[in-house]
Write a protein that binds this ligand. Structure first.
Ligand SMILES: [Zn+2]
Length: 353
């Protein structure tokens, strides 16, 4: 399943309808949250199927498709389910501060016209969207999403995201960073998208200036840029290598610059993309513990390199064994060694398995 978004060209009427529905559906969601909580006190619990049908007679009065109302009730059911299973905290009510921002259409979508750039949704009829290509496949469901930059239709498409991969037995280790997002043991470096880096700086400024609208827009734009780029990088890596070992370390250096959450999110996403693309294409992929990877010489295994953050400025170094190292590429090579099952620190002058 892959998810793609079409940006809508809404007229005033559609915007009004969406706002009304979001308001009414917030009420439905809150009703569901309250209902489950109160009935649980009396030891009454619902199956998902039973619960989604509780408001089946409200479709006409609200003028909202019954499956959309069901979709929202499922969201409240899922929220409590995660809480009961201790995966999430107790669900919060939807409100001005915690807005409902999307409307589910749980059924397959058949009528989409790329020439006229229209898509039909139940009760809303034909909606116009900006030109965009979609991967081929059946559209399993849709969702209208309201964002700072406008209205979107999010489509879940059944297509397994295939691309051509090289016949190869190449094995590669990957270290991650901020200036270079990914550094490979074969010396390849994927520099972080410079628009993204610039965007992060502007975002930080907007946050300091407390400009909420601008912050939301910049945040969304950066998120999209990051995602596109992570798709590109992960596709490239998976298509070229058959065994992939990735560091489990997220932060290295970037936490200092923009705060931990920023770098973390981008790298976790890249890692997720590499994992699912590897699965789809029969590649092997593993996470590797990255302790001492910077300090260790990838040739002889001596702990002769720079130490972590305190010597972040040391980009190149020479080991006592004579090997010349680029700091990051060396770390990626150590990651590969660990992934392949060699002991991190050598016995004598050779790695042992
Ligand atoms: Zn060495």
């Amino acid at each position: 399943m892959i998810i793609r978004e079409l940006k809508l060209r809404p007229n005033k009427k559609l915007q009004e309808v969406v706002n009304t529905w979001l308001f009414q559906l917030s009420g439905v969601y809150n009703w569901g949250i309250r209902k489950i909580e109160q009935d649980a006190k009396d030891n009454v619990y619902y199956s998902k199927i039973d619960f989604q049908n509780l408001l089946s007679n409200h479709s006409k009065t609200l003028g909202i498709p019954s499956h959309t109302i069901q979709g929202i009730l499922i969201q409240s059911w899922d929220a409590w389910d995660k809480c009961f299973k201790k995966i999430r905290k107790k669900p919060r009510f939807k409100s001005v501060r915690n807005k409902l921002n999307s409307i589910p259409f749980p059924d397959p979508i058949k009528s989409i016209n790329f020439e006229k750039k229209t898509i039909s949704l139940p009760s809303l009829g034909k909606l116009r969207f900006y030109k965009q290509d979609l991967p081929s496949g059946k559209i399993k469901r849709a969702r209208i999403v309201k964002k700072a930059s406008g209205l979107y239709v999010q489509l879940t498409i059944d297509s397994s995201h295939q691309f051509k991969v090289k016949e190869t037995d190449s094995k590669v280790g990957i270290d991650t960073g901020f200036k270079d997002l990914a550094i490979l043991s074969d010396g390849t470096k994927y520099e972080n998208n410079r628009y993204y880096v610039k965007g992060q700086k502007r975002l930080a400024q907007a946050q300091r200036g407390k400009n909420k609208k601008l912050t939301a827009r910049l945040h969304e734009r950066n998120k999209n840029r990051r995602k596109d780029y992570n798709h590109k990088v992960s596709k490239d890596i998976v298509s070229k290598h058959s065994e992939i070992y990735i560091t489990n370390d997220n932060i290295k250096g970037m936490s200092k610059k923009f705060g931990k959450s920023v770098g973390d999110a981008g790298i976790s996403q890249l890692r997720n993309f590499i994992f699912y693309k590897s699965d789809n294409h029969g590649r092997k992929v593993e996470l590797v513990d990255s302790k001492y990877t910077t300090m260790t010489c990838s040739v002889c295994g001596a702990l002769s390199g720079p130490t972590g953050l305190s010597e972040l400025n040391v980009r190149h170094w020479e080991c006592a064994c004579g090997a010349q190292h680029d700091r990051d590429v060396n770390a990626a090579r150590v990651i590969l060694n660990v992934g392949l099952g060699y002991n991190l620190v050598s016995k004598g002058d050779k790695y042992v398995k």
